[in-house]
Design a protein around this ligand. Structure first.
Ligand code: GDP
Length: 534
């Protein structure tokens, strides 16, 4: 196998062996099943089936709530670390539902690569396409797994063409399927000239590898019926002629994706994919930050918060901030500087997410994800360093697309509601705006399901029944500019002004026309639909 490490600057071995990635896919393509098999091969779980609850939970609203209640599952699935051969894999979960796209965008800032899972019968579906576009923004390397080859699927060339065309990325076959559906036998490993045969009898069994000397090897006749073998020879020859060969550098730059074919449920093709992630996937990458970027090889520890999860344990109102380490060798008990507040923080009980268990992290390296329990000091976008005033950049916050007013069922509980809402705002679960005039709050989300999830969580975690009601506003824009200019604008537009949980000024309106007018009449101000979290 090609070793691509010579193309990169040498990192300390502990860092160089890390692969931090997410899986992107359309619901039902097989992300949960694949995750299970990863963990199985990573020795992290004894039996497949343990992540199952999560995949199935997403399907209905009530099940979704159950998953949210069952924090154990969603927590351990937020980030999972496991070893495979010489590699340490850190798999960061992306929320499955499209309503949580904002959370997904932020998660993708914490990984160095993505595995794209597609269903062999369906090809590139809408959610995959969306997520792919986000990866593209950051030129994330993508490795593709074409799943469910044990079912009737599309023609292999057709699948590859569709990816190339829809996603504008070169596709190179790392394996080639032999037969499909009921006749699916396995794959020809195009990178290692091996034959991988699927065992239908035992779903958890690792496929049998048969070393062969190319496609003319007589050994093939013993394993593959003549008709299928002829087709395989023809197709592989054609593929080698028509499709680009694997170029590791192009993969690392995000211009080319290798594709493996398999069947996650039959554990087939998974091991080859994992090998591929190890060999062709990137080592921990530099992190963009102000005033300078952070290199993974730097001795000093730096990291940033990309996700906050509150109320993981209902008995303690703790939150866990998920930190991606950008550099250095972290040790438990270290004092780090919380750059936003300039305060030191002793990190005495960090958590590493070893599959199903939460475990105290004694140490961690650049590329790893650790959880830091805290009482709300840590927010999305925060940077931690050993003292230097660095600020990680590029973690977006989007203007909500849906706004609703919210009130406590019991008016005496308004203060409680405020506290709950602020916490969700910090978690990034919703935007919360306090209008300049009047009482109550306006909550903004990207997808409608989030209102229901919020209402249910507020009731569950705070014992507060709440009512969402229509708001007169439909759009929100952050207002930036010189302090005096912003103040003047606020005074003239009182009915349209609100403040977000950071106290930043937001302009609320019902009509795009209003926004256009403000943009035209106030060149001294900047109205933005996104705000970088800081
Ligand atoms: P997710 O929504 O992407 O997490 O998908 P799941 O992993 O939950 O899989 C969706 C459905 O497809 C489940 O019923 C799985 O059992 C099934 N499935 C997953 N992988 C395969 C496969 O390789 N072959 C077949 N036939 N079914 C699969």
């Amino acid at each position: 196998m090609l070793d691509t490490s010579s193309n990169r600057p040498a990192l300390p071995p502990e860092i160089a062996r890390r692969r931090t990635f997410a899986i992107i896919s359309h619901p039902d393509a097989g992300k949960t099943t694949l995750t299970e098999k990863f963990l199985l091969y990573g020795g992290a779980i004894q039996m497949a089936g343990q992540v199952r609850a999560k995949g199935e939970a997403r399907r209905t609203r009530s099940d979704f709530m159950k998953m949210e209640q069952d924090r154990g599952i969603s927590v351990s699935a937020s980030a999972m670390s496991f070893d495979f051969k010489t590699f340490r894999f850190n798999l960061v979960d992306t929320p499955g539902h499209s309503d949580f796209s904002e959370d997904t965008y932020r998660t993708l800032t914490a990984v160095d690569a993505a595995v794209m899972v597609i269903d062999g019968a369906k090809g590139v579906e809408s959610q995959t396409q969306k997520l792919f576009e986000v990866c593209r923004l950051r030129d994330l390397p993508i490795l593709t797994f074409c799943n469910k080859m044990d079912r009737e699927s599309r023609d292999t060339f057709e699948i590859i063409d569709e990816i190339q065309e829809n996603l504008a990325i070169d596709v190179t076959p790392a394996s080639w399927p032999i037969g499909m559906g009921r006749d699916f036998l396995g794959c020809y490993d195009m990178l290692n000239d091996r034959l991988e045969l699927m065992d239908r009898a035992d779903r958890n069994k690792v496929a049998e590898s048969i070393n062969i000397q190319g496609l003319d090897d007589p050994l093939l006749d013993q394993h593959i019926p003549a008709a299928l073998l002829e087709k395989l020879r023809e197709e592989v020859e054609m593929a080698r002629e028509l499709l680009p060969a694997l170029d590791p550098q192009a993969v690392l730059e995000g211009h080319m994706t290798p594709i493996w074919f398999g069947s996650a449920i039959n554990s087939f093709g998974v091991k080859e994919l994992m090998d591929g992630i190890g060999t062709y996937g990137p080592e921990p990458q530099p992190q963009s930050a102000e005033p300078r970027q952070i290199g993974p090889d730097e001795d000093k520890v730096a990291g940033f918060v990309f996700k906050v999860q509150a109320n993981m344990d209902p008995k303690h109102r703790d939150r866990v901030a998920f930190i991606r380490l950008a550099s250095g060798h972290f040790k438990r008990g270290m004092k780090l500087t919380h750059v936003r507040s300039k305060k030191p923080m002793a990190i005495s009980n960090p958590v590493l997410f070893l599959a199903a268990d939460r475990e105290l992290a004694e140490e961690a390296w650049a590329g790893d994800i650790i959880g830091i329990p805290n009482h709300g000091q840590l927010r999305i976008g925060d940077t931690l360093t050993e003292g230097e005033a660095l600020r990680v950049t590029g973690i977006p916050s989007f203007a909500p697309e849906l706004l609703q007013g919210v009130r406590a069922g019991d008016p005496m509980k308004a203060k409680h509601l405020e506290k709950a809402l602020m916490q969700f705002a910090e978690e990034g679960a919703a935007k919360v705006f306090k209008p300049n005039i009047g009482s109550g709050f306006i909550v903004g989300v990207v997808g409608a399901l989030q209102f229901e999830v919020l209402a249910s969580r507020i009731e569950l975690e705070y014992g507060l029944p709440v009512r969402f009601e229509a708001s007169q506003f439909t759009s929100a824009r952050w207002v930036a500019g010189e302090k005096a200019d912003v103040e003047k604008f606020v005074n003239v537009n009182k009915q349209h002004i609100a403040y977000d949980h950071d106290g930043d000024v937001v302009y609320l309106t019902r009509m795009q026309w209003d926004i256009d007018r403000v943009v035209r009449d106030h060149p001294e101000l900047k109205l933005t639909a996104t705000k970088e979290m800081m």
